[in-house]
Design a protein around this ligand. Sequence first.
Ligand code: XMP
Length: 534
Amino acid sequence: KILILDFGSQLTQLIARRVREMHVYCEVHPCDVSDDWLRAQLQEGRLKGVILSGSHASTTLESTDRAPQAVFTLGVPVLGICYGMQTMAAQLGGAVQGGEQREFGYAELRAHGHTALLKDIADFTTEQGHGMLKVWMSHGDKVTELPPGFKLMASTPSCAIAGMADEARHFYGVQFHPEVTHTAQGRALLQRFVLGICGARADWVMQDHVAEAVARIRAQVGDQQVLLGLSGGVDSSVAAALIHKAIGEQLTCVFVDHGLLRLHEGDMVMAMFAEKLQVKVVRVNAGPLFLRELAGISEPEAKRKTIGRLFIDVFKAEAEKLKAQSAREIAFLAQGTIYPDVIESGASKNAKKAVTIKSHHNVGGLPEQLGLELLEPLRDLFKDEVRELGIALGLPPEMVYRHPFPGPGLGVRILGEIKPEYPDLLRRADAIFIEELRNGIDAASGKSWYELTSQAFAVFLPVKSVGVMGDGRTYDYVVALRAVQTSDFMTADWAELPYSLLKRVSSRIINEVRGINRVTYDVSSKPPATIEWE
Ligand code: XMP
């Protein structure tokens, strides 16, 4: 296995992910593990190499973290990335200097000599025959003196020692970040280290992850009971399937149906989990309650807050009831938190000044209120890994590869006040749009337009416009279609759907959904528009 010691960078999990992509087993541990613990890892016999992560801290301060000194005496290869390289230099007798200015962004890196790590890896070669790489930098401090035994491996115009190597001991340090996709050769470099220099075996597959996660859940939970809020979304579904595989009957899911779900969504969740997988699921039909409480509220933030509050109230009431009824104590609240959520909530701690664009559905505080311990088996995984895990657990691809759906559901896709007759109209229009996206195949890629878009849905506009149908005049509502392409949902482009597809969707919606006589297509990108309309 590869051991990653975490000095607190947000990119640490990305390193782990890159190692997993090579089908190599890895573990992330905090950088302050003890020397004894490290030596024990080696004795287990599986430890092939260590990667030291980056950090926001400065190595030039006495108080900042150092790698356990044993890292350098274990006899396994070590790769230090950014701060990891700096601490390696500092701990092995080199020198690091605090930088007056940070270097952030692309740099052109020249590889010196033929180190095992960089040999023949280059984006281009200069006329003098130097291998050059385009790399991503983000640092303030830099190594100014090589430790004894090290040679210069790479440099950039502004960073003389951007890479160093002690090839006898197999210690390597890089100032840039090979784990980010901006460093084009980053993957090749990490593969070279993990598979080549460390000689780690590429035999780890998602099924191994399932087995491990199952064992971990069993160990954590013991014979106690677990409660999980199932929403039908990818993350909570995968968490439910995984935990159910681990502890079966000890898991109870609470599915709060707020009446603002997509067409047949509630029934599909029940068919999948309660019937097919035989998971204990309590469905709470809270639609009428939500509609009652939302009456008269039209301001988007107020709607979101109301939905969030009700959701928690309903979930809590159900949880208390189950706690009182359960023969054995319910001790855990499981959540489908995934790694990007962890980053987001961590980042929000020092982002108090940031304006709230939209308050997201937040169930923080719930475990404490219910006196439950958190169980978050997906915490270290990225979205696509969660999907892969879902497939490995036997969940259907349609469920696992579904577009994201916001917690407040159709509540933020019906503009203004939610009148009782609106959700159903929107649901039917939305289902037609999605069906046509799934059926529409793009000839160039062979993929469906559902796959080619990241998120697509219909929005209900509570305004009426005049139309004509047969011989009669109509005066009905408008639906807007929204389809975007994005990789991170922070920015997004509206999708250039074929006119023929839009035509089919529009005519089907107007013909099949009585009450809607006009369909428009949203051609706004994010920013300045957001993906959802509210
Ligand atoms: P916006 O509209 O901010 O959306 O561009 C970005 C992504 O976040 C989703 N979204 C939410 N997800 N609870 C959620 O779980 C929410 O309250 C919420 N609001 C927006 C949105 O669907 C898009 O994928």
